[in-house]
Design a binder for this molecule. Structure first.
Ligand SMILES: Cc1cc2nc3c(=O)[nH]c(=O)nc-3n(C[C@H](O)[C@H](O)[C@H](O)COP(=O)(O)OP(=O)(O)OC[C@H]3O[C@@H](n4cnc5c(N)ncnc54)[C@H](O)[C@@H]3O)c2cc1C
Length: 508
């Protein structure tokens, strides 16, 4: 009997935003399956290398509607709504002079009208705290801090064993690698797979210095209080040759960032020190972060630490092997201008959890083959969307930090006159958001009215209410599409502009 069996143990390596969100989702899945007669019980453990889940330096984090839907299901929406700020407009200007080039307004309103929730911004450490403290005491006890995963063993198809730096050994049924860009689980998985294929493992001791991703830009970033003359809800973006700037003002603070093109793209992990930061500041101190504010003016108000990191981009080919599967930045890294990395990591976890939910209901004691099949489906499902996300994020970054004259030309002669941000949100991100899954076993309690029907809705205990919502959605959808562009026109415009943009993009 499934109920007499040991619970199905899910180990999550990494307690970043994706790992902590996974803790909520698998805690909820455990409660769901515990209530199903005959179903296998589930338990989870999160292993986080650091002694805290709060990042050292806080950057901003943009959340998209699919993420709000999931946090609604998890009962976290009221807490998160208390942390987020609106973005009313984005003003793009020339970083060298501070002269305004073009303004994108009412994009958040467009997203809200079409998808129910807006996109909103918050301070990343607040979300980490909210996720950690939002767990029940019992669930939080499964988040083990100071446990750095070093080694992974698979147990001849029966399970997986994780060995931490302090000697702790944890056995489980599956291992989810959520360790970010430098995932140890990923390098261990590659080593185990290579050994099982009979190939010499390229790197018996997983390297921590080489990345599967390539960085073309680095980022200097920090926080300031709300600055005089920079209204709340405005995102200022400075564009220039190989350089771009950003300052976004929230209700309690502003986040600033300076993106600098690297002399050469690199896959080496770079650890920068205070002298490196000082050199970047000396190079770009006179660049504008917003009209009236140069970098050195903003730095006078900086509060807390300043970060300097490489911004990797790319996707790994192998996401899974045996009972191991990767999520979040461990499988792909996107440039942050479009604010999609974490949002997509959350979709990874929900996609995976839905598949495990279905599998465990059907087979309380799944074999390695069953699990590998489900993990393969997860990768295939996510892969297509993520190629689009990757392309979009790359283009978004290069539209402001021009890597060559082609991008400068495009930004000067096309972007100010074409509603590309709106078209991209509606016709590229729109379908991606509409397809994003929610947890199959949970209800959405407060999905606002929306024009675009979602492909999946959460479980409903009130079919009539659900039918009413769907009807209202369908009626609104019939009357939608009135953004001044028909789908056909928008597609032609986007195709034309993308073709122009791509010609230059390929030259990088
Ligand atoms: C400046 C900036 C702004 C961004 N803005 C946005 C945004 O607006 N919206 C958005 O969606 N995304 C944004 N992103 C991307 C987003 O931050 C990442 O996609 C997201 O944090 C990935 O989460 P993760 O949990 O997969 O990885 P990480 O956040 O890297 O977390 C990995 C965790 O695993 C732990 N870990 C690592 N190795 C081990 C080990 N061996 N054992 C145990 N634990 C380990 C780490 O300590 C860490 O806590 C931004 C990124 C940057 C740099």
């Amino acid at each position: 009997m499934a109920q007499d069996q040991e619970p199905f143990h899910i180990i999550i390596a990494g307690g970043g935003l994706v790992g902590l969100s996974a803790a909520h989702i698998f805690d909820s899945l455990a409660a769901e399956l515990a209530a199903v007669p005959g179903a296998r019980k589930v338990k989870f453990t999160v292993l986080e290398a650091h002694d805290t889940v709060t990042p050292f330096i806080g950057s901003l984090l943009l959340l998209y509607p699919p993420s709000f839907r999931i946090y609604d299901q998890l009962g976290l929406l009221p807490a998160i709504n208390g942390l987020v700020d609106d973005i009313d407009k984005t003003v793009t200007f020339t970083a060298g002079t501070g002269a305004v080039r073009y303004v994108d307004e009412s994009l958040a309103e467009l997203v809200q009208r079409r998808h129910g929730h807006q996109f909103k911004v918050l301070h990343r450490p607040r979300l980490a705290e909210c996720l950690y403290h939002g767990l029940s005491d019992e669930a939080r006890a499964n988040v083990l801090l100071g446990k750095r995963v070093m080694n992974v063993k698979t147990d001849g198809g029966a399970g997986v064993e994780v060995i931490c730096q302090d000697g702790t050994v944890i056995k489980g049924d599956i291992l989810i690698g959520a360790g970010g860009v430098r995932s140890r689980v990923r390098s261990n998985m590659q080593r185990l797979k290579a050994a099982s294929d009979g190939r010499e493992a390229k790197d018996q001791k997983p390297s921590t210095n080489e990345s599967p991703y390539i960085a073309s830009y680095r980022l200097l970033f920090g926080n300031v209080p709300v600055l005089e003359g920079l209204p709340i809800g405005v995102n200022w973006e400075g564009a220039g040759d190989g350089i771009s700037t950003q300052i976004l003002t929230g209700s309690k603070q502003a986040w600033w960032a300076l993106y600098e093109q690297l002399p050469e793209p690199t896959s080496k992990h770079s650890k920068y020190d205070e002298e490196d930061k000082a050199r970047v500041i000396a190079r770009w101190g006179d660049v504008y972060m917003a009209p009236g504010y140069k970098l050195r003016d903003v730095l006078e108000h900086n509060s807390g630490a300043i970060g300097l990191i490489n911004l990797e981009e790319g996707m790994v080919e192998e996401w899974t092997w045996d009972r191991i599967v990767l999520v979040g930045d461990a499988v792909r890294k996107v440039e942050p201008h479009a604010g999609l990395g974490f949002n997509q990591g959350l979709t990874d976890i929900v996609t995976l959890a839905n598949k495990l939910h279905g599998l465990l209901l059907e087979k309380p004691d799944p074999s390695t083959g069953d699990l590998a099949a489900v993990f393969g489906e997860y990768q295939a499902e996510r892969h297509e969307t993520l190629h689009t996300i990757d392309r979009m994020s790359r283009r978004r970054a290069r539209q402001v930090g021009w890597p060559n004259g082609g991008y400068r030309w495009f930004a000067t002669w096309v972007l100010p006159y074409a509603p590309l941000a709106r078209v991209g949100l509606e016709y590229v991100m729109g379908p991606i958001m509409a397809r994003a899954p929610v947890a199959a076993w949970l209800r959405e309690t407060s999905l606002p009215a929306h024009e675009v029907e979602y492909e999946t809705y959460g479980a409903a205990d009130d079919e009539k209410k659900r039918a009413r919502t769907r009807k209202a959605v369908a009626v609104r959808a019939q009357g939608s599409g009135s953004y001044g562009l028909t789908l056909g026109t928008a597609t032609i415009l986007l195709a034309g502009l993308t073709a122009v943009g791509l010609r230059y993009y390929r030259r990088i």
